[in-house]
Write a protein that binds this ligand. Structure first.
Ligand SMILES: Nc1nc(=O)c2c([nH]1)NC[C@@H]1CN(c3ccc(C(=O)N[C@@H](CCC(=O)O)C(=O)O)cc3)C=[N+]21
Length: 277
């Protein structure tokens, strides 16, 4: 059976846009998301444009900062600090990854925690780890919302997360741990990946390797969440070979749309919570 991210995202965005409208009628302003992109990677440009379009449709504002690939860490940090200080901006998203010469962690930390609607700061990571729901990382947050929407039991289940990126695998593992899953985090240096995945009740594939997870790795009845985004809208799971999964997310139409929905929801929440609301 399929877990439809498209349907869940529609519900989340609907509620967020109602809250945005309330905010606007109360304050005369719209919740505003700032997106920051460094360089001109075509996939990143597309994703950021998608986020802006979705904002506009839901009654949010967005401002966009596009910086050249040659931007230094110091310049990027300064731009993000300025957005942190700008009262017209309620949420900040720095598109990951940034060019290799930039210290991405320092750039993320320049986002003030109450504007960290993408859940990328150390502050947000710690909150997620302690099960203290402030802002969650958007894709991991979307994954947990999907599991909840389909009544997937998390507590006591063995969740295997493949991937440990700062915005996906690592925070997804912490959110699942906070929900009492027994979590195994696998990555590029993991030995015996297939054997570990075979013991999973819940598989979260989040590496960005097309069809890495084969049908034979999936225990019959397991819940499969494909958070991989690869060129050509191909996931990290060999979908055709996964008919024996209990539940599975399609790509497209699975985790992707929930990511953006959570981003919009958290931006509206950020606006509502900020002092002049
Ligand atoms: N700081 C940061 N936060 C992010 O959340 C972030 C990021 N950096 N860098 C890049 C990845 C990628 N990402 C996607 C979001 C939505 C879809 C999505 O909605 N995809 C559609 C298909 C889109 C299409 O039709 O092309 C789907 O799966 O149905 C995909 C990928 C967010 N990311």
């Amino acid at each position: 059976m399929l877990m439809s991210g498209t349907e869940l995202a529609r519900d989340i965005v609907q509620r967020a846009s109602e809250k945005a409208a309330e905010y606007t009628s109360r304050t005369g302003r719209k919740p505003c998301l700032a997106t920051v992109i460094v360089g001109d990677d075509p996939a990143s440009v597309t994703y950021v444009r998608m986020k802006q379009n979705r904002c506009r449709k839901a009654g949010l504002d967005s401002v966009h900062v596009a910086l050249p690939a040659s931007t230094t860490t110091e310049e990027l940090v300064a731009r993000i600090r300025a957005l942190s200080d700008d009262p017209a901006v309620h949420g900040i998203l720095l598109q990951h990854p940034v060019p290799g010469h930039i210290d991405e962690r320092s750039a993320f930390e320049a986002i003030v925690p109450h504007k960290d609607v993408d859940g990328v700061t150390t502050h947000s990571f710690a909150a997620m780890s302690f099960g203290h729901n402030e802002f969650v990382s958007c894709t991991p947050g979307g994954i947990v919302r999907l599991l909840d929407a389909y009544d997937v039991e998390i507590a006591g289940k063995h969740a295997v997360v493949i991937g440990r990126s700062p915005i996906l695998g690592k925070p997804a593992a912490m959110l699942l741990l906070a929900r009492d899953a027994t979590v195994t985090i696998c990555h590029s240096k993991t030995a015996g990946l297939a054997e570990i995945v075979r013991t999973a009740d819940i598989i979260v594939a989040a590496v960005g390797r097309p069809r890495l997870v084969r049908g034979g790795w999936i225990k019959p009845g397991a819940v499969v969440v494909d958070a991989g985004y690869n060129e050509g809208n191909v996931g990290d799971v060999d979908f055709e070979a996964a008919a024996h999964a209990g539940l599975i997310t399609p790509v497209p139409g699975g985790v992707g749309p929930t990511t953006i929905a959570v981003l919009l929801e958290q931006t509206v929440d950020a606006a509502t919570r900020q002092p002049d609301a």
